[in-house]
Structure formats: structure tokens, C-alpha cells
Design a protein around this ligand. Structure first.
Ligand SMILES: Cc1ncc(COP(=O)(O)O)c(C=O)c1O
Length: 453
């Protein structure tokens, strides 16, 4: 049950969330621990609980959750098997700063699941693991230059935090040249090219200093949810081999989510190195770099020594082992189910858009969806994605909250094993109701928000 009903439909209660957020802003930068959680187009929502496919805020509003911690929640919030494994790990100890048995068991499960994985290095966050993968690639090749793709996100650390979809401010223009991010100058060891344009990559690999690694999201999920053009990944694989550069797949979001073995299993192309995190540990902080024995050699008996006080954190490793065991045991059921739920959600949203003649479109691969407003349909490139009206999508996320649907403002939606067909139908109904409103998606600007309060 939500708060007041106004001319534009239901509005949720937000008194406690607003109070807590105002307090947070007085002590925490921008009031959020990660800028990915900023809301510029709706009232604050400060969460208190998660359970299955639902989250609850301080004002007792319940939302069906399609944000899923931006990727980690794959089995649902607080899955019993994972909680039990974590509790049991905690009963023994919190951290050791010494090896513990479950680390190797986890790495064994990763080697079984991830096609390119012969050796595994453990880390804590996706950004750190990307940094480690690039260090391994540079040490192994004796080269410094890295090629990345326009709009692909590899975490917030240098040198790859360039030409990445930023949230502050909401930007719409594509830029193919390396540019600075948030006022910091770009590192000259990085070259940015457009994904899907083979000749551009070929030029980047052959002109200029030799390239240590080409890093990409094999299924980009941070600017859209986009399939590679037919044959493209195979051609990139071949180009890298011929140029002595390592191919790195950043599967921080897609790993264990689009298939047990990630996008490399789904698409049938193997990188030299891969980075996984998020769904790996059901929400506990854990990331890894995996690769062939050859590609991982600098970290096995070479100069690269991964460090990290929290690397292999026992509770995270226990969570990951329990998650992988469940995903492995139920893989033939769970991934088709996630695909079905994702496809039905996309179809429901598209039907609502069609009924309202709204230019809302969806790209969907398995359990990952991205909404666009006024962009080419389907979106096949970063340039296409940049034509989406991000403010309209952010405003829509605000209205969805009012209808009990929790999504991030960037229009990413994820489904998990705890979602039901009824959840998907309810989300589609929320889109139908919102898009039927006059000036749909624009009524929740920060200016009008104050008046509602
Ligand atoms: C593809 C990709 N790489 C790297 C990262 C960075 O991971 P983390 O936020 O754990 O540092 C993310 C996070 O969203 C991601 O989606």
C-alpha cells in the first residue's frame, strides 16, 4: 500500500527515507556509497531489507526489485543455501590473513564453469580485478598500451575509466576520442576505439606502440545490452592472436549470469583472461581473474604478485561456493528460466509502450535488460545508446518506485531466480499505468518532488 494518490497516480511514502538520506548527505559524499546509486529524478529511497525478489524501504514500502544490487543478486536476496554457508564460515572465524581450504575449492568450481579458466586469482571488487588482469597482461607481454572500447565500463580505476557512460552529469553525446573523466586527464597508455568496427581495432593494434591487451565487455551491459555483430568476437580473437596482444573479457556483470560460464560460454569465444565478480558471490564482495595457464603465468611464477588484505575473504568465498554449487546443480533449469523471465518482462514492457505509443524500447539478453527512450530499435552501438533520452528513463525509474518496482535510474533491469511470472506481470502493468499518464515519465522532476512532499 503506497501513500497519497495525486493527479498522476500513486505516490509512495518517503518520510523516513528522506530523513535518512538528508542525514547521510551531511556526512557521506552525495549521501551515497557509490555514485551508481544516486537518484536525481525521484525522492530518496533508503532500503532496510531484502527478501527473495523484494526490497523494503524505511517507510515500509515494498518493491519488486529489478536492481538486484546492480548485478550480484542472482538467486534472490538472502538465499537460504548461501546464508547457511556464510553463517557456518563465520562460526569458524572472520579473516585469517592465511590460506583457508575453501579458496581452492572455489577456484576448482570456477575452472569447471568458466571456459577460459585454468588458473584463478582472487580479489575483492571488479575494479581491482580488472587492474590485476591488466597488470598480468602487461607483465606477460612486456607491453604497456591497452585498447578499450567506447562506452564499455571496467570499473572506476585508472587507466580504463575513460569513455565510459558516466552518471554525473547525465551526458548524451558520444565521444570517440580519449577524454578525461571527472576532470582528471586520461592516461596516454590507453587507446579507445568503437566496438563492432573491426578496421578501427585493426588500426589501433598495428599503429603506435605495441598493445598488451584488448579489454571489452563481450556483451556490453553498461551502455546497453548489446549482442556483438556476427563473427566480430571471433575476428577480434584472431586479431589479438596475430598481434601478440591478450584478449581480456570483462565479465564482472555477465559472468555466472548470462550462462554459468558467462558470455564466453554463451557466445563460444574464449579470451586469454577474464574478470568475474557480482553474481559469483550472491552479493558478498568477491572478484576474480581467471585465464589460461599461459596468460596467467606472470601471476603464477612471474613478477606479478596479487595482494589484498580482504582477497579470499572467508565469508565471501563461502557465499561464492554455495552460489556456484547451486547454479551448477540447477544450470539446466535456472538459465532457461532466467531467459524466459527476462524475455517476458521485455515483451510486457514493449507491449505497454506500443499501447501508449511511447518511444520506449528494450534490449534484453537473458536476465539483463536495458530500457531506452527515443533511441534506434534495437540499439546496436554506443552511439545508438547515446541517443536515448536518459532523463526520461531516469524519470520513469522514479515513477516505477511509486508503483512498487525498484530499478536504478540508468534503466538497467535484472531478473533473478526468485522472481515469479506474477512479478513480471506486475512490472508490465506498472509500465502500462505509467505510460498512460499524461506526459509520461516527465512528472517527477526534482522541482515537482518538493511540492508533493
Ligand atoms: C563490466 C564491469 N566491469 C567492472 C565493474 C567494476 O566492478 P566494481 O564495482 O565491483 O568495482 C563493473 C561494475 O559495475 C562492471 O559492470
Amino acid at each position: 500500500v503506497y501513500g497519497a494518490v495525486s493527479a498522476t497516480g500513486v505516490h509512495r511514502r518517503a518520510t523516513q527515507s528522506r530523513r535518512a538520506f538528508d542525514h547521510a548527505r551531511s556526512v557521506l559524499t552525495r549521501g551515497v556509497a557509490s555514485s551508481a546509486r544516486l537518484r536525481q529524478h525521484s525522492d530518496a529511497v533508503v532500503l532496510r531489507d531484502g527478501d527473495g525478489a523484494s526490497v523494503f524501504d524505511l517507510d515500509d514500502n515494498r518493491y519488486v526489485d529489478y536492481a538486484l544490487a546492480l548485478g550480484p543478486v542472482i538467486l534472490g536476496h538472502r538465499p537460504p543455501t548461501v546464508l547457511q554457508a556464510v553463517r557456518s564460515a563465520l562460526d569458524h572465524g572472520i579473516a585469517y590473513g592465511a590460506p583457508h581450504k575453501a579458496e581452492a575449492e572455489l577456484c576448482e568450481a570456477v575452472v569447471r564453469a568458466v571456459p577460459c579458466a585454468e588458473k584463478v586469482a582472487l580479489s575483492t571488487t571488479g575494479s581491482e580485478a580488472v587492474a590485476l588482469a591488466l597488470r598480468i597482461a602487461r607483465a606477460g607481454t612486456g607491453r604497456r598500451r591497452i585498447v578499450k572500447f567506447d562506452g564499455h565500463y571496467h570499473g572506476w580505476l585508472d587507466p580504463v575509466f575513460v569513455n565510459t557512460p558516466t552518471l554525473l552529469p547525465l551526458e548524451r553525446s558520444p565521444a570517440h576520442a580519449v577524454h578525461s573523466v571527472h576532470g582528471l586527464p586520461a592516461d596516454d597508455s590507453i587507446t579507445v576505439v568503437r566496438w563492432g568496427e573491426l578496421p578501427e581495432l585493426e588500426r589501433a593494434l598495428t599503429d603506435g606502440p605495441p598493445v598488451a591487451a584488448v579489454i571489452m565487455e563481450p556483451l556490453p551491459c553498461n551502455f546497453g545490452v548489446v549482442q556483438p555483430p556476427p563473427g566480430y568476437l571471433e575476428a577480434v580473437r584472431d586479431l589479438c592472436r596475430r598481434n601478440g596482444s591478450l584478449l581480456v573479457f570483462d565479465e564482472v556483470l555477465t559472468g555466472f549470469r548470462v550462462a554459468l560460464g558467462g558470455a564466453q560460454e554463451l557466445l563460444g569465444v574464449q579470451p586469454d583472461l577474464t574478470v568475474c565478480s557480482k553474481a559469483l558471490a550472491s552479493g558478498f564482495p568477491l572478484a576474480l581473474v581467471a585465464g589460461t595457464d599461459g596468460a596467467m603465468a606472470p601471476a603464477i611464477d612471474g613478477p606479478v604478485q596479487p595482494f589484498g588484505t580482504f582477497s579470499g575473504f572467508p565469508a565471501s568465498v563461502a557465499a561464492a561456493l554455495a552460489t556456484l554449487r547451486e547454479l551448477e546443480r540447477r544450470r539446466d533449469e535456472i538459465y532457461p528460466r532466467l531467459e524466459r523471465l527476462g524475455a517476458n518482462l521485455a515483451a510486457g514492457i514493449c507491449a505497454a509502450a506500443l499501447e501508449a505509443s511511447a518511444p520506449l524500447t528494450v534490449n534484453q539478453i537473458g536476465s539483463v535488460l536495458q530500457l531506452f527512450w527515443g533511441a534506434p530499435d534495437p540499439v546496436t552501438s554506443y552511439a545508438d545508446a547515446c541517443r536515448s533520452d536518459r532523463e526520461r528513463i531516469a524519470a520513469l525509474a522514479g515513477r516505477l518506485l511509486d508503483h512498487g518496482v525498484h530499478t536504478p535510474e540508468r534503466g538497467l533491469m535484472l531478473v533473478c531466480d526468485a522472481h515469479t511470472s506474477a512479478d513480471v506481470d506486475a512490472a508490465a502493468e506498472a509500465f502500462t499505468a505509467i505510460l498512460a499518464e499524461p506526459a509520461a515519465g516527465t512528472d517527477h522532476t526534482p522541482e515537482t518532488k518538493g511540492a508533493e512532499a
